[in-house]
Ligand binder design. Sequence first.
Ligand SMILES: C[S@@+](CC[C@H](N)C(=O)[O-])C[C@H]1O[C@@H](n2cnc3c(N)ncnc32)[C@H](O)[C@@H]1O
Length: 300
Amino acid sequence: MFKKTQKSDSSTGSNAERSVAGLNLSASLHRSQASDEDFAFIREIVYKLSRISLGPQKRTMVLSRVARRMRALSLSTVKEYCELIKKPVGASELSSLIDVVSTNHTYFFRESKHFDYMMKTMLGSANRRRSKPFKVWSAACSSGEEPYSLGMMLMEQCRIELGFDWSMEATDISSIVLDKAKSAIYPDSVLARVPEALTQRYCKLDASGTSFAIKPEIVKRVRFHQLNLFEIPSHFPADFDLIVCRNVMIYFDRPTREQLIRSLTYRLKPGGTLFVGHSESLSGLDYSLKMVKPAIYIKG
Ligand SMILES: C[S@@+](CC[C@H](N)C(=O)[O-])C[C@H]1O[C@@H](n2cnc3c(N)ncnc32)[C@H](O)[C@@H]1O
């Protein structure tokens, strides 16, 4: 039926324009409709690849995001999309699927209590006997706002503590957000969230004043990698002073969260600290860390 509409739309003149508009509408409808079987298949494959748990309540959101991929691939039904990703030739599409279904929302200095804790409690004067460099991992870093916010604070510590040094790994499963993070360029509209003194020191506005870049002294210290939290290679460091893994556990089911916490605990040095999102309490999970404040845990 869809093909037939497409054929009759290939006539000329203003009717054709109306038909073309009709065609687009029809295609959009097809793209947002899926059988339960196709939706279940997409849920399963997303879970298998990323452990992101897509409940039935996410169906509309997921299908509208999948429709973006279908448009890019000129596919008109969810069934065709599922058939593609089942084939070996569709393997390269899988990372694009994860890119579109994952939620990448983030912003500078999100959950500011964590930054205060790092500066006052972890790096404050009482705690000066620490290893060098101070090693941080921003796990699930999205487009870079989180690691660069941490980086600005760590540069501040360099200003106040002679000989202080730091390094950071920043990882995410999505290549699209990592490309943005590596570019280190953001619209000036987000600057309102960055304290004025830090903007002055660590951000460089472009000539038009519409975007800014994080200064190289920070960018060069942050190593970005594409990394699935459930496929961490054995050579990845396991001596972090601080792991920041915020606002990603909410997308995982309970067994997956437990597995993740065990794996993050292993990557902390003894006495190291884990930050999770404030809406991601570990209560009810089996874990071996000590909670010191809401969303802040220490490895004993
Ligand atoms: C909502 S953002 C959180 C960003 C930042 N941590 C914050 O709190 O603002 C969640 C990020 O988790 C990433 N993510 C989801 N599943 C992942 C996985 N299995 N491994 C690594 N990253 C994952 C997504 O790509 C997304 O960028």
